[in-house]
Design a protein around this ligand. Structure first.
Ligand code: IPM
Ligand code: MG
Length: 356
């Protein structure tokens, strides 16, 4: 097949990890007889430096015309002036909205060989396999906001339709997994959470009675993710809760540098990125872990291009490289490590060995 990728390297280690994901996608095209093309556009701090805004029309138009978008990371101390109204993060929020990417999928899986890097005890980690569905284009992130004299506000609001479409997506996914769906809210306090609870409960009763469904309050969920993470399968929640809980969950695995994420809408291209950020402290040093971005590219193959076999081949190549003991510094626990390019070289070698 022919597929056109737009890449948005962004800031910090973004360009380094995107370059490696492109190499892997090129190898996939070669091995499986596809034609992939790549077009690079600006986002975040890089776009601010070039045009004074974190997201330009050219980037949005290219992204919408693509088959999938691969993003590195945005942000860094250079653009961190708290008084500035122009911030790299606006690029990410803007493109999510422009592409109508209302669902953010964040898988939390533990690579057994990396379990030592987790702050949790091994017996708590056993069997952890969670897929978060974070609502991404509504709620307080996109609510009306204002700043007054000595005060500030931002509104949290949701419509029934916004809740139903992501809950349905999460419920469909739970059916293909272990059949458990957990909806996380703060319905004991917040009105939009009470809407989430009502819409979700009705929808599950009407259409997904086969699922093992539960609701959990967000503060309790913050505890359960540490005390019994293996109890969860698919978790669906609002934008801000999902932002916080997925950062917490990413630490369970002890390998933030391994976690990809996919942002998708009902149709059109999706956006794929590593969960880690721009890591300005190691930018340019050639030691960033490229595996999360390579796994994000695999998610693009699966979710946007419907190339399941190719996605699985990339994931298997990454797993075999980890099993072989190769580590970038972030997952080396102080032991021997290799750089960004060498890690990607090993993935390419594993991919070519497995598809020979
Ligand atoms: C994330 C990030 C973003 C968010 C920031 C960079 C705007 O934290 O993708 O989780 O809050 O959504
Ligand atoms: Mg976040």
């Amino acid at each position: 097949m022919n597929a056109h990728f737009v890449t948005l390297p962004g800031d910090g280690i973004g360009p380094e990890v995107i370059a490696q994901a492109i190499r892997v996608l090129e190898a996939v095209a070669d091995r499986f007889d596809h034609t992939f093309s790549f077009e690079e556009e600006l986002i975040g701090g890089a776009a601010i430096d070039a045009h004074g805004a974190a997201l330009g029309l050219e980037t949005v138009e290219a992204a919408l015309a693509s088959d999938a978008v691969l993003l590195g990371a945005v942000g860094g101390p250079r653009w961190d002036d708290p008084n500035s109204r122009v911030r790299p993060e606006q690029g990410l929020l803007g493109i999510r909205e422009a592409m109508r990417l209302f669902a953010n999928l964040r898988p939390i899986t533990v690579f057994p060989q990396l379990a030592d890097a987790s702050p949790l005890r091994p017996e708590i980690l056993r069997g952890v396999d969670i897929l978060f569905f974070r609502e991404l284009t509504g709620g307080i992130y996109f609510g009306e906001s204002g700043v007054g004299e000595g005060s500030a506000y931002q509104v949290m609001s949701y419509t029934e339709g916004e809740v139903a479409r992501i809950v349905r997506m999460a419920a469909d996914s739970a059916r293909t997994r272990r059949g458990k769906l957990t909806m996380v809210d703060k319905a004991n306090v917040l009105e939009p959470s009470r809407l989430w609870r009502r819409v979700t409960t009705e929808l599950i009763a009407a259409e997904y009675e086969d699922l093992d469904f539960e609701v959990v309050l967000v503060d309790a969920m913050a505890m359960y993710l540490l005390s019994r993470p293996a109890d969860y399968d698919v978790v669906v929640t609002a934008n801000l809760f999902g932002d916080i809980l997925t950062d917490e969950a990413s630490m369970i695995t002890g390998s933030l540098g391994m976690l990809p994420s996919a942002s998708v809408g009902l149709d059109g291209p999706g956006l794929y990125e590593p969960v880690h950020g721009s890591a300005p402290d190691i930018a340019g040093a050639g030691v960033a872990n490229p595996l999360a971005t390579i796994l994000a590219a695999a998610m693009a193959l699966r979710h946007s291009l419907n190339l399941e076999q190719e996605a699985a081949a990339v994931e298997a190549a990454v797993a075999s490289v980890i099993a072989s003991g190769l580590r970038t510094p972030d997952i080396a626990a102080g032991g021997e490590s290799v750089g960004t390019t060498a890690m990607a070289d090993a993935v390419l070698a594993a991919l070519s060995a497995s598809t020979e």
